[in-house]
Ligand binder design. Structure first.
Ligand code: 5GP
Ligand code: ZN
Length: 114
């Protein structure tokens, strides 16, 4: 899949509105429309990549994760902690096929027991 008809590419282009919380030359971050935590931010590369499975640029992936950590730190979540999620393909629960990092914070997260 290319970036055509990709909702996140439309958000990058400004054709779909979003509440941006960060942007640089490589990535943008904005509030998730359907937050699963008090803070739920999506961080995406400006360059369309379908999923983590299709990612091949280690530097871009590293930059994306470091940007997520930096946003979390600036928002004061580093001490208590936060959760980073990259849902990948269908069993991973990926619904938007433009690589994205979920930054979830503001409440504790625990894996279900068992
Ligand atoms: P996924 O399930 O693919 O890991 O995550 C996709 C996320 O994108 C979901 O959490 C969903 O709420 C969010 N989302 C889908 N469409 C839009 C949109 O148009 N605007 C924003 N801000 N978030 C969206
Ligand atoms: Zn896209």
């Amino acid at each position: 899949m290319s970036g055509e008809n990709c909702i996140f590419c439309k958000i990058i282009a400004g054709h779909i509105p979003s509440k941006r919380v960060f942007e640089d030359d490589k990535s943008i971050a904005f509030d998730d429309l359907n937050p699963q935590a008090p803070t739920h931010i999506l961080l995406i590369p400006r360059e369309h990549v379908d999923s983590l499975d299709k990612a091949s640029n280690a530097e871009e992936l590293g930059d994306l994760l470091l940007a997520a950590a930096s946003i979390a730190r600036e928002k004061g979540f580093a001490e208590n902690g936060y959760r980073i999620v990259i849902n990948t393909n269908s069993d991973g629960g990926q619904t938007v096929f433009h690589l994205h990092v979920h930054l979830l914070a503001g409440r504790p997260f625990v894996f279900p027991p068992g």
